[in-house]
Unconditional design. Structure first.
Length: 218
């Protein structure tokens, strides 16, 4: 009698395990570059570079680069199991989209404060304080990550505090200080993003340290 071949669950499991799995790309670089680029442009405006006082040109970047692209990076971080990256990217994607909505004339948000600039400044100050608080929470968690993240979220917290102070106190100097600090934050985010991008390559030309505080296996 010939042998009877069976396609049982064990054989199916062996076949499935022998099929090479697709490598999942790291979405963190997309999120970091999207945040850094949008924040860089807005920070240049806040620092009144070349006499620019109106930030409306950043609206497009805030919607699609800092907003949509970063939100997608956050969603793609969830399947990787990186809760910190997923929440942070999704959170700041929402920040940029909400900020862009304020600047869009059709939203009617700024128009609702017509003739009452002090009320608008107070509302924006409260808006920025909210984002500063959650950024501070990220700063606390970053102490379990790496030195680059500690610097990024620490300086970003101070940046948002300066911008909020500039709105609440009507201080141009505070807003400009926030712009200058924001530029530093952008360069740190660019650095970490480039480090992640190089790390994802099979044969990177070089590597950039970000000061890991724990081994990856810990």
């Amino acid at each position: 009698m010939g042998t009877v071949e069976t396609n049982g669950p064990q054989q199916a499991q062996r076949i499935a395990s022998s099929v090479p799995r697709a490598r999942i790309a790291d979405p963190s670089t997309l999120g970091l570059f999207s945040f850094a680029s949008t924040n860089f442009v807005l920070s240049m405006y806040n620092a009144t570079t070349r006499g620019v006082h109106h930030p409306n040109v950043v609206v497009g970047m805030a919607i699609f680069c800092g907003g949509l692209a970063q939100l997608l990076a956050g969603m793609w971080e969830f399947p990787t199991g990186d809760t910190f990256g997923a929440v942070a990217f999704s959170f700041y994607g929402g920040f940029w989209m909400s900020y862009a909505t304020i600047l869009i004339p059709g939203s009617g948000i700024v128009a609702a404060y017509a003739g009452n600039t002090s009320e608008l400044s107070s509302a924006l100050g409260i808006f920025l304080i909210c984002w500063m608080l959650v950024t501070f929470f990220f700063f606390i968690v970053s102490f379990g990550k790496n030195i680059a993240f500690i610097a990024l979220f620490g300086l970003l917290t101070v940046t948002l505090a300066c911008l909020a102070g500039g709105e609440l106190g009507g201080s141009i100097a505070s807003t400009r200080a926030g712009g200058m600090l924001g530029l530093i934050v952008s360069f740190i985010a660019y650095y970490v993003g480039l480090s992640k991008l190089l790390e994802s390559e099979v044969h990177p030309p070089f590597c950039l340290p970000i000061g890991h505080l724990h081994r990856k296996n810990d």
